[in-house]
Design a protein around this ligand. Sequence first.
Ligand code: ADE
Ligand code: ZN
Length: 336
Amino acid sequence: MLKKLVAELPKAELHIHIEGSLEPEMMLELAQRNQVQLPYPDVDSINAAYAFNCLQDFLDVYYQGMSVLLQEEDFFDLTWAYLKRCKRDNVVHTEIFFDPQGHTERGVEFPVFMQGFSAALDRAHCELGISARLIMCFLRHLDEDSAFATLRAALPWQDQIHGVGLDSSELGHPPSKFERVFGKAGELGFKRVAHAGEEAPAEYVWEAIKLLQVDRIDHGNRAMDDGELVRHLADLQIPLTVCPQSNLRLGVIKDMREHPIKAMLDNQLAATVNSDDPAYFGGYLVQNFHALIDALELGKDDILRLVTNGFRASFLSNEEIEQHLGEVKRIAEAYA
Ligand code: ADE
Ligand code: ZN
């Protein structure tokens, strides 16, 4: 019954890499359309390559996958497919990450991907009633100069890019490396988020909060190792965008029954549920909730808190948030 409730509730997703929604079928189709050589002949061999032991294992495959994205229509098709999937899951608002350097490093420039994304977002707004924001992530394995160049290249598109984020190989690339870029992005009016505490220790979460002045932490699992940090996150209600199936597939947890999300809620943290890279980790948003329900003793109140946190942690206006929460309440009451 909880699973049915989750499926029926309107939901927000705040941690999804659009390049991570590239399904094997579309990867093969675009490879053919663009005459890109992939090391995989078919869907089965792609799926066989998705056995990851850690974040870096995944990232190597993920950057190779995105090499099929070359034309504006490729970015449109990718984004439109994800947004249609949102509709099936009753995701009514989504804040989508993209990796500009993953494309510009291959000679694919801002107008190509931005126009593809924007056309899909506009269509989803009109035809599906889904609202969306774009957040561009800096690749943390690249240097500060490259991040600054990316920020400059984004300025003509600033009205379509809501915030900046930080992703890719975490260990050895602490938030402090990007303090100046995030400072500049903040001055320019961008919202700020950062992946922290996925593989690296709680110290990276402190740095993201104190040096990058983030509005949200992406993942944040390792924050649970530091009691003072847990209290800080709770006191300031800094949201965590948690990604259960990603955590399992990348070895952040060994078993879903060990997932810290229930402990996060019990410690009054503003935890949310998200899919991260659904085409690589075996599930979209509802499947992530269902995996938690199967593994943990979550009650109806826990589910409602996770869904409510998703809207409250979003970059929607207070009025829009309250409107969505009214609908959540209506459906939850009908369900009782
Ligand atoms: N890029 C795409 N998914 C990511 C993740 N889970 N962590 C860091 N960088 C990513
Ligand atoms: Zn992520």
